[in-house]
Design a binder for this molecule. Structure first.
Ligand code: G6P
Length: 463
């Protein structure tokens, strides 16, 4: 059976914080003698052209270092100051320095050169996320004939936002060098198709895009999931129970409203706290009866727009505290640090409301994990943004427009007032959907489509 090679900017980390993706792919990689390839997280003056192998919690990982200059242009620059905001439709937060593209390309070339000597002809390569769109092109230029798939974990932008990205034609051409391109949601495939089929030929007449043949590249939705049963087990683990006990003591009977997000402007954190503020302002009966906890580990803090979001959140949380706190009651707690999955599972289980309101999100796995961790006898309520890919799956959440803080405040009221039978009914259907869209089936579906048993390893694609 062909080996599977996973490539992503970051390789999985050690310990209990390891993401669901790493956990899900660990067995596949072990069974098929594959490995995970990516950046080591280290910045050095002169990176070795060769990748170094390591074993991280039983996963075989090959890593390369980057120079500080390339990190700036490729990671902080093109990937996270141009692609990330544009793909999330936040052109107002994009910083466009066209020269970052050279660094982005350079790192993709560096990855391809370090990966190529490690490949066998029938290896199946699965590339993840927006940092590495050109990787298949680079590998094919070096002669790789393997089946190569790409998965975009973030939303695909509308045509207008795509046009705002320097070198977007090349990026589209790069996507056409993959055998399979996977996206999170139907809306992403629709946006892609609209650009590729209708707008591109007329608007970009004479550009290289005219020769792009998407006919050979399949583009399809593969909504990622979590392992909800594992989250249910985790929520009953000693670490989770310890967290639940700590929280129960401090909550003293108040109902918990919980948000867990990287501190990123796409997550809609200021709007979320504003909605909570409106809940307290409009419904005095909830004061002293509820508590909001927002866990927001800092992210990409070398980028100005992230610092601004963090400052904005500090200000709005301070405002809500000043407006509603009393000497013996605080309306909210805001924690800027990361927790391991067992502690998070405990928090999810305790929370009466899971508040997942990104302004735009590829999928949002917090929604999946929150559902997995609930107590079937007394489940909480999921409030979910319509603009998360997860909204295509979880119709039984309370769906909200996160820009409309009145609507979110009303959803909070509904969730807090919801009776037990209704909570159970909704949760049972949500759990069924979470199980149906689990991460193991997701990776299997993608890999089966990328390399069905009959074609795996034939290496027949033209260069
Ligand atoms: C999102 C992206 C991932 C990325 C993660 C953390 O989930 O889709 O590709 O790894 O954020 O961001 P960071 O910049 O810290 O890797």
């Amino acid at each position: 059976m062909s080996r599977i090679i996973i490539v992503s900017n970051r390789t999985p980390g050690k310990g209990p914080a390891a993401g669901g993706l790493a956990v899900a792919l660990r067995d596949t990689l072990a069974a098929r003698e594959g490995f995970w390839f990516g950046w080591s997280g280290k910045l050095v003056d002169e990176p070795s052209p060769k990748a170094k192998f390591d074993s991280i919690d039983g996963l075989s990982v090959a890593q390369v270092d980057l120079t500080r200059e390339d990190y700036q242009a490729y990671y902080a620059g093109f990937s996270n100051s141009i692609l990330w905001p544009s793909f999330h439709l936040r052109l107002d937060l994009a910083t466009i320095e066209a020269h970052w593209y050279e660094g982005y390309r350079r790192v993709n070339t560096q990855f391809a050169r370090a990966l190529l000597p490690l490949l066998k002809p029938d290896d199946i390569i699965w590339v993840h996320d927006y940092h590495l769109i050109p990787l298949a092109s680079e590998l094919r230029q070096l002669g790789a004939r393997n089946r190569i798939g790409f998965y975009l974990h973030i939303p695909f932008p509308t045509s207008d936002a795509l046009y705002a990205i320097p070198h977007h034609q090349e990026l589209m051409r790069d996507l056409s060098r993959y055998d399979l391109v996977g996206m999170q949601a139907n809306r992403d495939v629709t946006a892609f198709t609209e650009f590729a089929e209708h707008q591109a030929p007329s608007t970009l007449a004479g550009s290289p895009l005219k020769s792009v043949d998407f006919g050979r590249t399949e583009v399809a939705a593969f909504p990622i999931g979590s392992d909800p049963d594992a989250f249910a087990r985790l929520a009953a683990s000693p670490a989770a129970i310890k967290m639940i006990k700590r929280m129960e003591r401090s909550l003293n009977g108040q109902q918990l409203i919980l948000g867990v997000d990287r501190l990123d402007y796409s997550k809609g954190l200021p709007q979320r706290v504003e909605a909570y503020e409106k809940l307290l302002a409009n419904n005095t009966r909830f004061r002293r009866e509820v508590h909001m906890l927002q866990v927001a580990p800092p992210s990409r803090d070398s980028i100005k727009e992230y610092k601004q979001t963090s400052d904005e959140l500090d200000a709005i949380c301070g405002r809500v505290m000043g407006r509603f706190a009393e000497p013996d009651w605080q309306p909210l707690t805001y924690v800027k640090r990361a927790y391991g999955q067992p502690s998070l599972a405990g928090l999810y289980r305790l929370a009466r409301v899971g508040l997942v309101t990104p302004l735009r999100d590829g999928m949002n796995l917090v929604a999946h994990e929150y559902i997995g961790a609930q107590d079937p006898a007394d489940p909480g309520v999921l409030i979910l943004s319509r603009f998360a890919g997860a909204a295509e799956i979880f119709e039984d959440a309370i769906l909200v427009n996160p820009f409309d803080t009145d609507e979110t405040a009303e959803a909070l009221r509904m969730a807090l007032d919801m009776d037990l039978p209704e909570r159970q009914r909704r949760w049972q259907r949500l759990m069924k959907a979470a199980k149906k869209h689990n991460v193991e089936d997701w990776s299997k579906a993608f890999l089966d489509r990328l390399a069905p048993a009959s074609t795996a390893g034939t290496g027949t694609r033209d260069i």
